[in-house]
Every structure is written in structure tokens, then in C-alpha cells.
Design a protein around this ligand. Structure first.
Ligand SMILES: *Cc1c(COP(=O)(O)O)cnc(C)c1O
Length: 232
């Protein structure tokens, strides 16, 4: 079992490096976030043993339990799912990076917790690229106003953008969304040069290679690591 998880991670890492190579990027500029939602702690230990150091969870409570159990391991945790303001205190405390900032209200709460915890709370702004009503995230025109409103927050570090594009069976059809997120980041960086928007969190199991070709710095991969697949 351990070998298989290890093999899958090797395969993902190899494909990540190849994708970076295809567009002349340094593979070291792209990090793998292993998505461990619903995965039990024993299996998470296998990916830690295989050298993975960044783990992504969707829910604060589920993550909190796992973080407590895996406290002694050299890993950091990212929150990749939607965050409600009433869970923002433990989120500020537990996560190295929160990928899902989507309102000034949440930013204010995280900033307040950051001040109390004497830390910079690191976040990405989640963008609802397709403008899908069923999805969370900020609409594109709201990004620069949000960045401007967040200038006042001294314990919040906004480091980039995240998106979960609409699903397309052919990963190549997702490329325009990834490209759009990168352009949006470039435009926002120009409008607000004081923000170092270096991260693009985009790409999941079926499209992370395309995301890397379009500039992803963090890919969030679950199924390709944890579920048996005949192709592996
Ligand atoms: C579950 C999840 C992923 C991982 O998706 P896979 O298709 O299993 O790789 C990535 N990002 C978010 C926000 C998720 O909820």
C-alpha cells in the first residue's frame, strides 16, 4: 500500500516537473499540496513518509482533528475549502495558508485573530472565475476593491489568487480559465503594486499539468494520490 501511494506521488511529481519544463519554468517554483480531505490519518502518514510536506484540507474541524494527531510530523496545512467567519479563529491559528478569502468581512476577522495571535495570517483570494452561482469566491470585478479595502489590515498577508474553474471533461478546455486567473493576477498586481501576489493556486488531479503550464505555483491534488487508478 505504502509503495503504491509513493509511486503515485512520484508520478505526480514527475508530471509536474515535465509540465514546468514544457514552458521553461523552474519545477521548484511549483509546490504540491496533497489534498487529504476524507483521508484517514494512517493514509496521510504514508504521504508524509513519501516526502510530502504540504497538506490541504477543506474543513476546519476535520483538519483540526488531524493536525492534533499529526502534530509531531514536519508538515504544514493549507485550508483550501470555503471559510465561514465563525470558524476564522481556529483557521487563523491552524493553517499556514488559507486559499479561500472571499470577503472584506472575513479579512477583517482574520486580521483581528492575527493580531491576537501575533502572527501574519497568510491568504489567497478565491475567485469565482466562471461566475457560477453555485460556487463561492469573489467575482472578478470585486478583486481590486477588496485589495484596496484590505490595505488597512496589518496582520493579513494577501499573497495571490486561487480558483476552482468550472469542470470540463477535457482538461485542455480548462486552460482559458487558468490563463484568465493569471491575467487577473497580473492586472491586480499592476493596480495594487504593494501586494506581492506571487501565488496562483490552481489545478487539481485531472488538470494540474495544464495549470502549471499556465503559471500555477500551488497545485491541489487529491484523487490522483489517494485513489487507485488503472492508469497509474
Ligand atoms: C477536493 C479538492 C481538490 C482536490 O481535487 P482532486 O480532483 O481530488 O485532485 C482541490 N481543491 C479543492 C478546493 C478541493 O476541494
Amino acid at each position: 500500500m505504502t509503495e503504491r501511494v509513493k509511486d503515485r506521488i512520484e508520478r505526480v511529481r514527475q508530471r509536474m516537473a515535465e509540465a514546468a519544463g514544457r514552458v521553461g519554468r523552474n519545477p521548484e517554483d511549483v509546490e504540491l499540496v496533497a489534498v487529504t480531505k476524507t483521508v484517514p490519518v494512517a493514509r496521510i502518514r504514508e504521504v508524509i513518509d513519501a516526502g510530502v510536506t504540504l497538506l490541504g484540507e477543506n474543513r476546519v474541524q476535520e483538519a483540526s482533528d488531524k493536525i492534533a494527531l499529526l502534530r509531531s510530523f514536519p508538515v504544514t496545512w493549507h485550508l483550501i475549502g470555503h471559510l465561514q467567519t465563525n470558524k476564522s479563529r481556529p483557521a487563523a491559528e491552524l493553517f499556514e495558508l488559507i486559499h479561500s478569502l472571499d470577503s472584506v468581512k472575513l479579512a477583517a476577522a482574520l486580521d483581528r485573530h492575527g493580531a491576537a495571535l501575533q502572527k501574519q495570517v497568510r491568504v489567497l483570494v478565491e475567485i469565482n472565475l466562471g461566475g457560477e452561482p453555485s460556487k463561492t469566491g469573489l467575482l472578478e470585478p470585486d478583486l481590486v476593491p477588496l485589495l484596496e479595502s484590505c490595505r488597512q489590515f496589518t496582520h493579513l498577508a494577501i499573497e495571490g489568487l486561487m480558483a476552482i474553474p468550472p469542470y470540463r471533461r477535457n482538461p485542455e478546455d480548462v486552460r482559458p480559465f487558468f490563463r484568465r486567473l493569471r491575467l487577473l493576477r497580473d492586472e491586480a498586481a499592476k493596480a495594487c503594486p504593494d501586494y506581492p501576489l506571487r501565488h496562483l493556486s490552481m489545478g487539481m488531479s485531472h488538470d494540474y499539468e495544464i495549470a502549471i503550464e499556465e503559471g500555477a505555483t500551488l497545485v491541489r491534488v487529491g484523487t490522483a494520490i489517494f485513489e487507485a487508478r488503472s492508469a497509474v
